[in-house]
Write a protein that binds this ligand. Structure first.
Ligand SMILES: Cc1ncc(C[n+]2csc(CCOP(=O)(O)OP(=O)(O)O)c2C)c(N)n1
Length: 469
């Protein structure tokens, strides 16, 4: 590992020191930061958080005359550095550019202008971005800031309800960045709360008692629908590589390099707040890239892969049980933090973004396109389930990234919610015959058949070892 790190550092000519002041070369960031937010929705959910772009005009506030009885949250960790495997790919592309022996022309000319690559310390790979590990101190898009702001918004939105609910457990999958997000959120809530953070193992051996069923599902095959995903045209990537190579004679960027530039853009925004590489792409190229990500997510972790209904049923079943027990349970606030694909699996089983029209790899269905993955799983994604009572009836609805997303066939309650008994019927249909343990062949990695941490945390105390993955 040490050797591999050193090799990568040498490959990239990396710098170990990072600055907490604004060095001269980042001065321009002061006026540039904030000018790229319109492209966040096209970055495959790897760039900074943004609210769901279409809120239908429905307020996420509790409708008047109603009172909250339970709140659930399933959230993704905040903005992060690339994973180790993605970091390696980005460093390879950066290495090609760094060794180009001539002056750059066109949209890459910023590299000659004192540019330093945004991965400055390999220890940051996989980690949440923070004020401390950011490339410069004025980055407003850190995972740390996002989690702390989210907690303040949560406080503001549910102030009255939280008044009487100040003691609860918060649940985090055992990845370091997931844990850190939960901790930043808890810190930001302040000392008027008494919160116990439960770290639930995301090792395959955790079996069904997990917030990250993706890691305990040996039956899942990423290549199951590779023929569909792989048939998406890469013409847009060829055009990018050819344009940059034409502008810079002797540069030999490949289609793979062109693809990597999108990740560079997204993750540099998380780590620095501004990225010149984002300006390489035309709006059309961003749309193609974004739709390719939708296709991939749809057929690997969404409605296009029937196995996912069972994977997402694990958390959905637990969520339904908590809703049904809301009167009996002392705890009324259930906040959980995990990874992107796990939230996507859950939303797939709920059926919130499934119009039952299969995504087509041969064209972009502009008119019939519900499945915009980045809109529901950006970094810092937050899926709330609200249960409230209005004149003796209970209602349930979802709020995804600040927008109320009504159930298509059950939205005639106050605030376009679904009456509780109708909701349970709906949920029963969605989860019927979905058995996570069996469908995923979990028995080959674990003999734990049930999700119990919500009910036994007080006696079991979940304290799993944190993983840098
Ligand atoms: C059902 C399922 N099983 C296994 C996987 C494999 N897998 C790919 S990514 C991932 C979790 C972490 O993903 P990452 O891209 O690091 O997400 P993030 O932490 O940024 O949310 C898993 C379990 C999967 N995507 N789906």
């Amino acid at each position: 590992m040490w050797l591999e790190n050193n090799m990568l550092m040498a490959l990239a000519g990396l710098y170990t020191a990072h600055a907490l002041s604004i060095p001269k070369k980042y001065k321009a960031d002061v006026k540039n930061i904030g000018t790229q937010e319109h492209i966040f929705p096209y970055l495959a959910g790897s760039g900074p958080y943004f609210s769901y772009p279409n809120d239908y005009g429905i307020s996420a506030d509790t409708p008047s005359g109603c009172e909250i009885s339970q709140i659930q949250l399933l959230a993704r960790h905040g903005e992060r550095y690339p994973s180790k495997s993605k970091g390696k790919k980005l460093l390879k592309t950066w290495n090609t550019l760094q060794h180009f022996p001539y002056q750059f022309n066109g949209s890459l000319s910023f590299i000659d202008d004192d540019y330093e690559f945004f991965i400055q310390d390999l220890d940051n790979l996989e980690m949440e971005t923070t004020t401390e590990n950011s490339v410069n101190a004025i980055n407003p898009y850190t995972g740390e800031m996002d989690a702390k702001k989210h907690a303040q918004e949560f406080l503001a939105q549910y102030a009255d309800f939280l008044e009487d609910n100040r003691e609860f457990a918060v649940f985090a999958a055992s990845s370091q960045r997931v844990h850190d997000t939960a901790q930043f959120f808890i810190d930001s809530l302040g000392d008027k709360f008494n919160i116990s953070l439960q770290v639930v193992s995301e090792e395959p051996s955790a079996g069904a008692n997990t917030l990250s069923p993706g890691y305990s599902c040996p039956a899942w095959n990423p290549d199951e629908y590779e023929d569909i995903i792989g048939s998406y045209s890469t013409t847009y990537l060829k055009a990018i590589a050819e344009r940059l190579n034409r502008e810079n004679s002797g540069l030999n960027l490949t289609v793979t390099d062109a693809y990597n530039l999108f990740d560079w853009c997204a993750f540099e925004l998380n780590a620095r707040g501004y990225s010149e590489i984002c300006d390489v792409f035309s709006p059309e190229e961003l749309i193609h890239y974004s739709y390719y990500d939708d296709l991939t997510a749809y057929y690997e972790d969404g409605p296009g892969y029937p196995l996912i209904q069972a994977v997402g049923a694990l958390y959905f079943n637990a969520s339904i049980k908590l809703l049904q027990q809301s009167e009996q349970l002392d705890q009324k606030v259930w906040l959980s933090f995990t990874h992107d694909t796990d939230i996507l699996n859950y939303l797939t089983t709920v059926g919130l973004f499934d119009d039952e029209k299969k995504l087509d790899p041969s064209y972009i269905p502009f008119r019939n396109h519900v499945f915009h993955k980045s809109w529901f799983i950006p970094q810092g994604a937050r899926v709330y389930t609200q249960k409230y009572r209005c004149s003796n009836e209970s209602y349930i609805r979802y709020v995804v990234n600040d927008a109320v997303i009504p159930l298509e066939n059950c939205s005639d309650g106050p605030g376009f919610s679904c009456e509780a008994n109708k909701f349970y019927k709906y949920a029963e249909n969605r989860t019927a015959n979905q058995d996570f343990y069996q469908s995923c062949n979990v028995s080959s990695v674990s003999n734990i058949t049930e999700l119990t941490f919500f009910w036994d945390w007080n006696t079991t105390h979940y304290n799993a070892t944190l993983l840098k993955e």
